[in-house]
Design a protein around this ligand. Structure first.
Ligand SMILES: Cc1ncc(COP(=O)(O)O)c(C=O)c1O
Length: 363
């Protein structure tokens, strides 16, 4: 039996009727760009994350850009981010003209190491943006303390952890603002591109609404240099159908992750949770004792896998001008060289799960 790394089609099959009905409603209302379906979703998202606002936008990368712009962060400023994240975290910082300053991860939690982050603070630093990597909340308490001490904004890149909790509260509500992505493969994925910005200060939400809509509050009156970063009505309608299922889907992801842990193979290192953190396992990443042998084993047994992410941000060619070299962030580099992502999606069958567990045990 082959087990795929991921299969989006299965979820679509379970939602087909509701999704098509919602799509038809958008069509009937010709509410294609922004509009009532986006507004409805924004309220549902703000309620979900217990924030003062949520603004739906065109993707998770631009969500980061808009959050930083709303805080007035720009050229000459620095934002501290983990070296081991999807590159988009860094793009958001670069798009506003600020400099991403990388910090290494903790070797066990694989999330940004608070002490490392603090050591990177300079007079130019304006914010620390943590990433709840693979669905696992970062050390919110420690980063918040550091930000408060140095008068910095805490931001959360929550693209991978919608629904995860830290000390009983959903992540995405701890920072001055947080952002998420609705890329199709995310725990809450659109049928196309999408993203959102969340926050606790309504004025930030108003600024972002204006920025995403050509810098305009009133049609054809443009107060500032704006963008077309609106969310599509179709994506909002699909997301409103999917959001009520997110908790169940995340619970199934937790079951899968737990079964992988309980396979109990000491040759596999798992991501260690922060105290008080409950992951939603966007990904099930392991570090095997011998990557080459492990991949050969998965290939032979027909189990799919992927790598998240094989090159850390500081060693990407796009950031060569920052002058980093191999060895600058050893824990991030080790993770990049050795990480293997196992099959993880809520629609995995019990049979498939048992099969992967058996394969993990046999390694
Ligand atoms: C950590 C992280 N940040 C940002 C993004 C960017 O989101 P998008 O692809 O919607 O632009 C993603 C996902 O792609 C991500 O995983």
């Amino acid at each position: 039996m082959k087990v795929p790394f991921f299969d989006l089609k299965r979820q679509y099959n379970t939602l087909k009727d509701d999704v098509w009905q919602s799509i038809q409603e958008v069509m009937e209302n010709t509410a294609f760009s922004g509009g009532p379906f986006v507004q409805k979703l924004e309220q549902e998202l703000a309620d979900f994350n217990e924030t003062q606002f949520a603004v739906g936008v065109n993707n998770g990368t631009n969500a980061i850009q808009l959050a930083l712009l709303a805080l007035g962060i720009g050229p000459g400023d620095e934002v501290i981010i983990p070296a081991n994240t999807f590159i988009a975290t860094a793009w958001g910082v670069s798009y506003v003209g600020a400099t991403p300053v990388f910090a290494d991860c903790d070797p066990h939690t694989w999330n940004i190491d608070p002490a490392e982050a603090e050591s990177k603070i300079t007079p130019q630093t304006k914010a620390i943006m943590g990433v709840h990597l693979y669905g696992q909340p970062f050390n919110v308490k420690a980063l918040k303390q550091i930000c408060d001490k140095h008068n910095l904004h805490l931001l959360e890149d929550n693209a991978q952890a919608m629904g995860a909790t830290y000390e009983g509260k959903r992540v995405g509500q701890f920072g001055t603002m947080s952002t998420t992505s609705f890329y199709p493969g995310k725990n809450l994925g659109a049928y196309g591109e999408g993203g959102a910005v969340f926050g606790q200060f309504k004025e930030h939400g108003e600024t972002i609404q204006m920025l995403k809509n050509h810098g305009s509050k009133e049609r054809y009156h443009h107060e500032v240099l704006g963008f077309n970063m609106r969310m599509e009505g179709l994506q909002a309608a699909v997301l409103s159908v999917k959001l009520p299922h997110l908790i169940n889907w995340n619970n199934r992801r937790r079951e899968i992750a737990q079964a992988y842990h309980e396979a109990g193979n000491p040759k596999l290192q798992f991501q260690r949770p922060e105290p008080g953190a409950e992951s939603v396992y966007h990904l099930a990443v392991v570090i095997p004792s011998d990557k080459k042998a492990f991949l050969a084993h998965l290939d032979a047994e027909g189990v799919g896998y992927a790598f998240h992410y094989p090159i850390p941000c500081h060693l990407q060619q796009a950031y060569a001008h920052l002058g980093h070299k191999v060895g600058d962030f050893p824990h991030s580099e080790y993770l990049a060289s050795n990480c293997v992502s196992l099959p993880m999606f809520p629609e995995m069958t019990d049979e498939e799960l048992s099969r992967v567990v058996e394969v993990l045990k046999k390694f």
